[in-house]
Write a protein that binds this ligand. Sequence first.
Ligand code: FES
Length: 269
Amino acid sequence: MKSQDYSQGDAFQTEKRTVFSTQSLPLCAEGQLARPGDFVSATVGGWSVFGVRDKEGAVRVLRNACRHQNMQVVGTPAGNGESFRCRFHGWTYDLQGRFLSAPPPVAPKDAQSPDLHLASLPSAISSGIVFFSLAEPPRPVDVGALPAYGGTLVTEIACNWKVLVEHLLAEHTPSADFTWAWPLLMVRRAGAVTIMEQVVPHTFLRTRLFTHVFGGKADDNRQAAATIKHVCETLQADRANGKPAAEGTLVDVFHGQLAEAYAQDRPTT
Ligand code: FES
């Protein structure tokens, strides 16, 4: 990895095309969408999406792009609602993303057109996590039986997403107690507790960490998440200044997969 791959938007655009457009990506824990109307929105690798549970109990992942002028319909990271009203001009959608109504001055000519519905993305729930994909149906990730979902901590970190992935992979090797689902999900088992650390690449210098806790309480992991934030914000400065990541089995695999992805976009890299 070059220092600019951690600090400039060009690399993020390459990753959007070659990694995030092609892979199964985690969006949230199914437990975050426990009730009808629950939603979680995020920008994952440059793709603005949201997951929602409808009144029949089905979970969908929808593009967070209004059919009127392509603005974000959902402007909050999580919540519960009966419908989604776009903040900009008031187009309104139901919990399945179907167009419901619009104020007369901005109403579409054909309110029955299916083109007015929010775009639905291929999605699947696997091992308690909602996955989506921009391309193929998401591949299932099976980490075996899980204890009961105990909650999710959300931590905002001022670093490039690769810094966080490297930090979460360092010092681990694949084992019964540690699974990495390329590119964004790490699963750790510690006795009766399973922790899934989900990396959300929001922008090239803003990354969100979801710490999903199964078999324990999310709050018990608050200090650990704060430490990850502190370490990664320090490491971000190191990477931007050209100090390479520490080598390790899975970090090397991560860099190898990234190099392969970059090669699709930058043949001379
Ligand atoms: S962009 Fe959503 S209503 Fe205009």
